[in-house]
Design a protein around this ligand. Sequence first.
Ligand code: AMP
Ligand code: GLY
Length: 420
Amino acid sequence: MKVLVIGSGGREHAILWSLSKSPLLTQLYVASGRQAMQNLATLVNIDIDDPIDVVQFCKRENIGLVVIGPEKQIINGLSDSLAAEDINVFAPSKAAAKLEAEKSFTKELCKQYGIPTAKYGYFIDESLAKNFIRNNKIRCPLVVKANGLAAGKGVIICNTEDEAFSAIDLMLVEKKFGKSGEEIIIEEFLVGEEISFFVFIDGVKTTVLGCARDYKRILENNKGSNTGGMGSCSSPLMMSKNMEQKIIERIIHPTVQALANMGTPYRGVLFAGLMITKDGPKLLEYNVRFGDPETQVILPRLECDLLELMLSITQQKLNINTVKLNNTSTVCVVVVSKGYPDDYKTGTVIKGLDQIEGMHDVLVFHAGTQRDMEGNWVADSGRVLNIVAYGKTIEEAKGKVYSALSFLEWPEGFFRYDIG
Ligand code: AMP
Ligand code: GLY
């Protein structure tokens, strides 16, 4: 079977790597892929934001499955355009993708179905939003969020009333987040351990893939600005069966049921961002896709055939007994250009990757590189490399990933030393 993957990041590199092991695969394509993916897939020059272009390519090449990595194309409805042409697609519909596209949709669904989440208010009017806080409906610290997609930047944690008012002004008055921030959510600040939880859903049946921890801040000890992710780890000991059961019963099952009741069943992978509080698990947000960099630590632990699994989901034939992660632990360190998430230089030469790629129990997934005229790898983005290592324990995986990183020769690169 021919498979097309949409996307160009480290997550998509990991998906390609996992799909490439399938005996069902005849040819793998990627759009818009990177040179580093060329040993796994053929790079295709189509416009992934133009559904007609994607559909035409799939028909011409007789593609048996399309896998959409990033939220943008899912939320814009690429899955619907492909499904309308009877092309198998692993990604939810635009209607089901509202779980990520509109925070107010998810919060309302939580209210209706009794799904545990932070208490909240929804506002389009600045003075009503401020009165909500003045009247102590929710006390500080609290969180002000843009209702729409904001590339992970639309969440402001406010310790004082003044900070909250500034955040409200930023979104509703100054419109710093554009359309995404024209509607806002003000919610209670949840305290606990944050975890990324992944399930596969075929419209009706649900099975747990696993969970991972994501390190969002730029600096060690979770200090500094929020980023697209500075690392991740995954291990069989991260969550008890009892907690997993609670999450499924209280959060996942009611959501799957709610979407089915609305006539927009969910098909694909669902990523629940959770806070494990002293009162149990609470939903922070849903993402309608694999996480980045969580995928880079979860797929290396997958025991079953990813292609077979994805196909079964598109055909509503998910076998809930086949999904299994192995007992290894994995750690992923994201290497970024110095200065990220603010200003950074591109075009700087990266050395040492051949040596790292040859190491036992180590994988390299590229997120933002290209080759220069001399054939050197150079950085062309903020998030550039994902170095992943396996171990019997997180400690062992951590040891391997940092010893691999000691071979990296890239003075303009930066990474955290405390991942895992
Ligand atoms: P979101 O995009 O909603 O996941 O928010 C980004 C990050 O902000 C989350 O991963 C959390 O670390 C943090 N966050 C969001 N909402 C809350 C909340 N209600 N309480 C505490 N932290 C939160
Ligand atoms: N790691 C968080 C995300 O993929 O949104």
